[in-house]
Design a protein around this ligand. Structure first.
Ligand SMILES: *Cc1c(COP(=O)(O)O)cnc(C)c1O
Length: 392
């Protein structure tokens, strides 16, 4: 096992070692978190709508726990497919206005399981270079050819579609909103290309579900493109504040996945309390429009203040706001300095982002107030000047 220590030393020397930090929630204040002795403004959580501590969600979860069971006991294909699961999937299909829906234990399992169920040896997947790791792992599992196109570069994608035009099945897959950059996929163009080259299109709405669309359906609905996307994926772990993931599409797609998606077949169904929590969160996501409005306003304020201060926030157009620092060590120091000032915003380094683009990734929530954000920006500004990320 000596090799491990050596490799870890190398990681550490390059400021690339990761470690786990214990944190706990502040009851009644989902916008904050506790680390060590310190209460920090949490600008790193994906709790976009602030639902993670919603009293009604927590109450139905407790109720389900007390009246049903702690665990579901088996895979859904055995005896784990309880009635609330079936009802949840009906509500999901209604919400997304599609034929059918399927719940997975989490987004990682949905992406890895669905991609590897749709394509295999002799096929090809066209995947944006900045797609989430769970998409990449699904492609590796599938054993299909992995054709990575440069981020949002539709000409490069076209070149690859031409190169692989003779492959059996083709799948184009993209994040709707990119998780580390906060910019959007070019969905109109992806749809024309998928038509032109006879490919399937899968869109991951992990960071757009709950946030865009009149009832939080996601970016595809916001743009009126939902009927042109073959496979919709989203999670319940971010905007919904709970845990789990969904796939929406045609009845045939869902029937196929029930037969072929291994993480669904070979893993125990979610516990009843989680399913109950998701169902309640789904109702709230649809009803409580004010959360989306507040999130948009907070994001606009935060992005424009950082830009005015002279920071590089890339092409962010969402509640995910990267502050590109570049150097790994500088990003760590920036994040450390923020923590000393009461703000939690973690540094994101390679391989999560491309080399030379280490950053602080801010993610905003409907529960953050203007005052909290303005105060945070003032501190970010000072640290930026002090560490030389901004020139005076
Ligand atoms: C978070 C995320 C996932 C994984 O979802 P989990 O439910 O956390 O496993 C998948 N895709 C994207 C784009 C994500 O950001």
């Amino acid at each position: 096992m000596n090799w491990m220590e050596k490799e870890l030393e190398l990681l550490s020397d390059a400021s690339l070692e990761r470690s786990l930090h214990a944190s706990s929630s502040v009851s009644g204040s989902p916008g904050y978190t506790v680390r060590g002795e310190q209460v920090l403004l949490n600008l790193s959580s994906n709790d976009y709508l602030g639902l993670s501590q919603h009293a009604a969600i927590m109450e139905v979860m407790r109720e389900a726990l007390l009246t049903e069971a702690a665990g579901s006991g088996a895979s859904r294909l055995v005896t784990g497919n309880r009635l609330p699961y079936v009802r949840l999937e009906e509500s999901l299909a209604d919400w997304q206005n599609c034929e059918a829906a399927l719940v997975f234990a989490n987004g990682y399992m949905a992406n890895s399981g669905v991609i590897s169920a749709l394509i295999g040896r002799g096929d090809v997947v066209f995947s944006d270079q900045l797609n989430h790791a769970s998409i990449v792992d699904g492609i590796v599992l599938s054993r299909a050819e992995h054709a990575r196109y440069r981020h949002n570069d539709m000409e490069h994608l076209r070149t690859l579609l031409i190169k692989y035009r003779d492959k059996r099945r083709k799948l184009i897959v993209t994040d709707a909103v990119f998780s580390m950059d906060g910019d959007q996929a070019r969905l109109h163009e992806l749809i024309s290309l998928k038509r032109e080259y006879g490919a399937m299109l899968m869109v991951d709405e992990a960071h757009s579900g709950g946030i865009y669309g009149g009832r939080g359906e996601g970016l595809c609905h916001e743009l009126g493109l939902q009927n042109d996307v073959d496979i919709h994926m989203g999670t319940f772990s971010k905007s919904f504040g709970v845990y789990g993931a969904y796939i929406c599409g045609s009845r045939t797609l869902i029937r196929w996945l029930v037969n072929k998606a291994r993480p669904l077949i070979y893993s125990t169904a979610l516990p009843p309390s989680i399913v109950a929590g998701i169902s309640k969160a789904l109702a709230l996501v649809q009803e409580e429009n004010w959360r989306r409005e507040r999130l948009y306003a907070a994001s606009r304020l935060f992005r424009s203040s950082l830009c005015d201060a002279g920071f590089n926030i890339g092409a962010s157009d969402s509640p995910i706001v990267p502050l590109i620092v570049g150097d790994n060590d500088a990003a760590l120091r920036f994040s450390g300095a923020l923590e000393e000032e009461g703000v939690l915003a973690v540094a994101i380094r390679p391989p999560t982002v491309p080399d030379g683009t280490a950053r602080i990734r801010f993610s905003l929530s409907a529960v953050h107030t203007d005052k909290e954000l303005t105060n945070a920006v003032a501190r970010i500004h000072n640290i930026g000047l002090r560490l030389g990320v901004l020139s005076p």
